[in-house]
Design a protein around this ligand. Structure first.
Ligand SMILES: O=C(O)c1ccccc1NCC(=O)[C@H](O)[C@H](O)COP(=O)(O)O
Length: 212
C-alpha cells in the first residue's frame, strides 16, 4: 500500500491544485482564527469546489463548538474533522452528531503523551500524532515542530494513525522508514512563510512520499 499524504492549511487555489495534481489523499482547511491559515467560510467553499471526490477534505479545529462545525462542514463540504485539544467525550459526540470521520490530534513530546491516544479508541477514526508545540505557542499545530519519532517504537496503536510535525521533503522519507507511517501530514514544511504554501515544495513533498 502506498503511503498517503495530507497537505494541511491550504488557502489558495494554485497551491490546492498542486496538492491535488501531486497526489495528496487529503487536503486540510483550518478553521481557527488565530492561525495564519484560517479560512473564511466563503473562501473555504470556493476551495472545496475545486477538490475532486478522490481527495478527502479535512477541517482542522481547536475544540470547536457545534455552530462552527456545522457552518464549516456545510461551506467546505468536509469529509473529516481533525480535532485538536478536544476531549474523547467531545470527539465522540461530534462524531455521532455529524457522521463525519474524526481525526484526534495527540500532541507528543514525551512517551507518556502517547497514552492519550488510547482514550480515543471508541471516539475517533484515526489518531494524528503531532508534535506538542511550546506551552506559550499561539497554535497547537502548524509550527514546524518535530517530535522524536523513536517514541512510537513498539507502541500499540489503538486506531489507524498519521504522522505529523516538522515534516518536509527532506525528512519525510526517513520519517516513513523510521516509523512505518502509512499516512503523513505537513503544513509549514511546504510553506515559504507562515500561511503561504509553495507549489514546488508541495510537489517535492508528495514526490518524496510517493518514492518512499
Ligand atoms: O496549521 C495550523 O495553523 C493549525 C492551527 C490550529 C490547529 C492545528 C493546526 N495545524 C494542524 C496540522 O494538521 C498541521 O499540519 C500539523 O500540526 C503539522 O504542522 P507542521 O509541523 O507545520 O507541518
Amino acid at each position: 500500500m502506498p503511503t498517503t499524504a495530507k497537505i494541511c492549511g491550504l488557502s489558495e487555489p494554485h497551491t490546492l491544485e498542486a496538492a491535488i495534481v501531486g497526489g495528496a489523499s487529503h487536503v486540510g482547511f483550518v478553521f481557527f482564527p488565530p492561525s495564519p491559515r484560517n479560512l473564511e467560510f466563503s473562501r473555504a467553499a470556493g476551495l472545496a469546489a475545486q477538490v475532486p471526490a478522490r481527495v478527502s477534505k479535512v477541517g482542522v479545529f481547536v475544540d470547536p463548538d457545534d455552530t462552527l462545525l456545522d457552518t464549516a462542514i456545510a461551506s467546505a463540504r468536509l469529509d473529516a474533522l481533525q480535532l485538536h485539544k478536544t476531549t474523547p467525550a467531545r470527539a465522540a459526540a461530534i462524531r455521532a452528531r455529524t457522521g463525519r470521520e474524526v481525526w484526534a490530534a495527540v500532541a507528543v513530546r514525551k512517551r507518556e503523551d502517547l497514552g492519550a491516544a488510547r482514550g480515543f479508541a471508541q471516539a475517533a477514526d484515526r489518531i494524528l500524532y503531532d508534535a506538542k508545540t511550546p506551552d506559550n505557542a499561539a497554535l497547537p499545530g502548524g509550527m514546524g515542530v518535530r517530535f522524536d519519532w523513536s517514541l512510537l517504537d513498539g507502541f500499540d496503536h489503538p486506531l489507524p494513525w498519521a504522522l505529523s510535525g516538522g515534516l518536509d521533503a527532506a525528512n519525510v522519507t526517513e520519517a516513513i522508514r523510521r516509523t512505518g507511517a502509512r499516512t503523513v501530514d505537513v503544513s509549514s514544511g511546504v510553506e515559504i512563510a507562515p500561511g503561504t504554501k509553495d507549489a514546488s515544495r508541495i510537489a517535492a513533498f508528495l514526490s518524496a512520499v510517493a518514492s518512499a
